[in-house]
Write a protein that binds this ligand. Structure first.
Ligand SMILES: Nc1ncnc2c1ncn2[C@@H]1O[C@H](COP(=O)(O)OP(=O)(O)OP(=O)(O)O)[C@@H](O)[C@H]1O
Ligand SMILES: [Mg+2]
Length: 343
């Protein structure tokens, strides 16, 4: 799934979500990287994804450049495994056989990737991040991009892009300053929540939980006795019905918070270290008060994460729209961040 980005080439991070397409384009300007354009378009209904993609690309106003995109969901499997220490070339050769032990599907159906991790392991053994995606998922994703005349240079995974966004946007800031700090990035999309636990700048654990913004809308519709469209509007602008909306979403906050807590527990037992902070992104996290509701369940300091706040913006690009949807752009930022060769 890996690819290469040449220097001085614009990179387009294209996040094809279930409810919304997000595009962020980065360009190099001397030693820095800045936003050359961005776009966001909601998928009005299933089957209209390519239209939304066109709309988001048009809004970004950038033509050309390398395309970096991501897949997610149940057809993507991530495993952190221990293998005997070997070179990268040996790892590539050993991957299909090793993957056969860990992947839930026949390896013939899968695209595989493996990467040695700079954390854990010893002289004899190394920790390896192993990723697989069903060929059909990748083919569908590529076909979608081809419909708009694009061919991806790199296909990443949502949860890793989230980690890259953190490394990129916080570099030189708290991520480095807090060397031993453990941060959990939690992206609440429409259909799923991606978790990536980062220790010393390295992803140690990722997981997806299939709960998201759609479940919030559903429970609001049910509890407040309104149709889905009205529930969606209320979720975004609860106004004086705020208390009712928060009450309605309590069960989802509990379910999601408990699942997230299980991930923290697992990480903490494996790494004998504690998650210190939780940074939320994704459109689902925009529901006012949901950060507090989640914090109440898993008991860790939790706040919305602004993944675009530190980015420089090219002239002619309106920073306000980017800021307005900061939560939703995190994954696209992480994808475009591949403009920096080291991630
Ligand atoms: N202002 C808002 N307040 C609350 N929820 C919002 C707001 N704006 C958007 N959302 C919700 O955010 C979700 C979309 O977020 P996002 O773009 O992160 O999802 P996605 O990437 O399309 O989904 P997934 O990652 O699950 O495929 C939708 O469920 C939408 O209802
Ligand atoms: Mg998403």
């Amino acid at each position: 799934m890996l690819g290469f980005i040449k220097r001085n080439e614009n990179v387009l991070g294209v996040d094809i979500g279930t409810a919304c397409i997000k595009v962020v384009a980065f360009e190099e300007a001397g030693d820095t990287v800045r936003v050359a354009g961005y776009g966001l378009a909601e998928v009005e209904q299933e089957g209209k994804r390519a239209e939304a993609l066109r709309e988001a690309l048009k809004a970004a106003g950038v033509s050309g450049g390398r395309v970096v995109t991501a897949v997610s969901g149940r057809s993507v499997t991530v495993r952190y495994v221990t293998m005997p220490t070997m070179s990268d070339a040996e790892l590539r050769a050993a991957l299909p056989l090793e993957a056969d032990k860990y992947m839930p599907y026949d390896v013939a159906e899968l695209y595989l990737d493996g990467q040695r991790l700079a954390i854990g392991g010893n002289e004899q053994e190394m920790r390896v991040l192993m990723v697989s995606a069903k060929k059909g998922l990748i083919q569908d994703h590529v076909a979608m991009l081809q419909q708009v005349g694009m061919s991806p240079a790199v296909i990443d995974v949502d949860a890793f892009a989230l980690g890259n966004a953190y490394e990129f946007s916080e570099r030189g800031g708290e991520a480095e300053g807090a060397s031993g700090d453990v941060v959990a990035l939690v992206d609440i999309g429409a259909s799923k929540t991606s978790i990536n636990i980062i220790k010393k700048g390295i992803s140690c654990f990722t997981r997806e939980v299939y709960v998201g913004g759609r479940d919030l809308t559903e429970v609001i519709a049910k509890r407040l006795g309104v149709d889905p469209a009205a529930a969606e509007t209320l979720k975004r602008n609860p106004g004086e019905r705020n208390a009712e909306v928060m009450d309605a979403v309590t069960s989802v906050a509990e379910d999601l918070g408990n699942e997230i807590r299980l991930s923290f527990d697992y990480f903490e037992s494996q790494f004998e270290d504690e998650v210190q902070r939780v940074k939320l992104s994704g459109g689902g996290a925009r529901l006012a008060g949901f950060d507090n509701a989640l914090q109440g369940v898993f008991g860790k300091p939790t706040a919305l994460w602004d993944s675009v706040g530190r980015l420089q913006v090219a002239s002619g690009v309106d920073p306000a729209g980017l800021k307005d949807h900061a939560a939703q752009f995190a994954i696209a930022v992480g994808l475009a961040a591949r403009i920096r060769a080291r991630i």
